[in-house]
Every structure is written in C-alpha cells, then in structure tokens.
Design a protein around this ligand. Structure first.
Ligand SMILES: [Fe+2]
Length: 321
C-alpha cells in the first residue's frame, strides 16, 4: 500500500511536470539603452523589438511554432534572435529548419539571427554544416564569432554572435574585431557565463539561454552547480546585470533529457530596447511579470550576497513600485 501510494504520487508529479512543458510563458522586457559615445550625441534611438527564442531542443519541444506566430501576429518585431540548442540529432534538422521558418512568418524587419549552443555541437561537423546551410537557405544569418550590422531607422545595430562558451568555442576578440565604434551592440550567445569574461568588450544588451531556468527546479536546480559561476550567483533566468551591463537568460522553449519541467516553464520573450530615460518612474513589463509569478529572480534579496558586483534589473525596477 505504501509503495502504491508513493508510485501514484510520482506518476501524478510526472504528469504535472509534462503538462508544464505546454505552459508557455510569454514575457515582455523593456531595457534601457544608455546613451554613450557609441551612439553619438545626437542619435535618437527608436525602440527596437527583439523576439528571443532559445533552447528549442527539437527532440523535446511541446510548443507549436504556429502558436508563436498566432501569439505575436500584428505586433511589431524588428528582429528575431535564436540563442542556440536547436537540436541534438541530425535527423531533426528538417524539423528545426521548418520550425524556424514558421516563426519567420512574423517577418522581422531586420532579419533572423542564430547562434549555436553546446547541444548543436553534438552533431558531426558535416551535419552541423548542413544545419547552418539550411538555416541560411531560409534567410537566417548564422553568426559564429562574428557580427553583422543592420540599420534601425538610421542607427547602426551591431548584432554580435559569440559562439558557445561552455564548449570553449567563444572567441570574443574575433567576434568584436570589426565592430564599428558607433552604434548599438546586441550580443547573442548561448551560455550566459560569457558575461564574466566581457569586461573589455562593451555591449548594450546580451541575450542567452542554456540553463532552461533549471528545467527541474525542485527542490533546487542542483545540476546547475556544474554549469559555471552564474548559477552560484543565483543568475539562472531572467534579466540581470553584470558590471553594469544588462543581460538576459531565457528559460528556453524545449527541454533536454526528459520532457518535463518543474518550477520552470518554456519561455518566449519580446525584448524592447528603448532609449534611457523613457523607463524612469514606471515599472517595466519585466517587473510586472516577475512580481506576478513571484519568480526568484524578482526578489531583491536573492542577489544581495554580492553587493556592488552584481545587481538584477528586477531588483532595481521593483524598488520603483
Ligand atoms: Fe539547452
């Protein structure tokens, strides 16, 4: 009887955890781009809307691409950013490409940009080359330690794709080598631990994924201990700052290993980069979402252990409420 009860509870928990993989968390984040010499004194930066997808994991994904198109149709999207871990198995290349192509129906004005993650590098080099070629065929720009500049209402936006840090493929010097001095710098990378190495590489905003919000974040995401310094600083998801620069860690759309989530949800996020000053006095959408869901990242105390070194944007903006 005892074991029957335990097994029943476990089965209920598993069913719930599987159901969570369909419970898409759609977030909106506003981030101020600070005025700097890079923007020039007179440059007026129009809001830039970036739809961010990460960790699609075609082997374990419960979110339909058409649903994303439905959810965001009619909204202005300037750019789509995909920060790695599209798949593990080469047989899923057509599925991944079709998924991205469907999301591209949203017609981002400035294009769709992709960087690879550690799981993509499970593919043998010829298969990874095929994935890259297929993504480029449908119109994506796949960035491997390089940048591409797009013009956003006259202001240069440098999209800088830094290859995966967790597998030792990131090359910051190469990625930033030809980035012009003037313009907004948007960095795309898979593993957010990269920010710890970026003191000499200024940027305005960085998008990443990799941690899946813990995926099985119960009672604690113990497995993240092996995934670099950021989890030890309680930075596993959401909006944060490191050395004054804002960066974002997506919980990702798909799952790795077993197709379940506990205390984490699949995520898609629309980031709006706005000129500094336009957020003052108003809690951001990020703050509102974080407060509603009581996300750990929203608690100011969570990051208080490292005063001066790090601070979350959520903590900063919550103070305004
Ligand atoms: Fe992943």
């Amino acid at each position: 009887m005892f074991w029957f009860l335990i097994l029943s509870l476990f089965a209920v928990l598993l069913a719930r955890a599987y159901r969570n993989t369909f419970d898409l968390n759609t977030r909106r984040v506003n981030v101020a781009v600070q005025p700097s010499e890079r923007l020039g004194e007179s440059a007026s930066f129009e809001p830039l809307a970036v739809l961010h997808l990460s960790d699609l994991h075609m082997e374990n994904i419960s979110i339909d691409a058409e649903r994303i198109v439905r959810d965001f149709s009619g909204q202005r999207i300037d750019l789509i950013a995909i920060t790695g871990d599209l798949l593990d198995r080469h047989k899923n290349i057509p599925k991944a490409v079709a998924y991205v192509e469907t999301v591209m129906k949203l017609k981002p004005r400035l294009g769709t940009f992709v960087v690879f993650g550690n799981h993509d590098y499970v593919l043998a080099p010829p298969k990874l080359g095929l994935l890259k070629a297929e993504l480029e065929r449908i119109g994506c720009r796949v960035l491997v330690n390089q940048h591409e500049t797009v013009l956003h209402n006259g202001v240069p936006v440098h999209v800088i794709g830094v290859d995966d840090y967790s597998t030792g493929r990131s090359n910051l010097a190469a990625s930033f080598q030809h980035v012009p001095a003037e313009g907004v710098r948007l960095v795309l990378t898979h593993d957010p631990n990269l920010v710890l190495e970026m003191r000499d590489y200024p940027y305005d905003y960085l998008l990443s994924g990799h941690f899946h919000g813990g995926q099985i974040h119960w009672p604690k995401p113990f497995h993240l201990v092996k995934m670099g310094r950021l989890p030890k600083l309680n930075m596993v998801k959401g909006l944060h700052r490191y050395e004054g620069r804002p960066f974002y860690i997506s919980e990702g759309l798909g799952q790795t290993g077993i197709n379940i989530r506990l205390r984490s949800r699949p995520e898609i996020t629309l980031h709006t980069l706005v000129p500094a000053g336009s957020l003052s006095g108003h809690p951001t959408a990020e703050t509102a979402a974080a407060a509603r869901t009581k996300s750990p990242a929203a608690k100011p105390g969570v990051v208080a252990a490292k005063p001066g070194a790090v601070a979350t944007e959520a903590a900063r903006t919550l103070a305004l409420e």
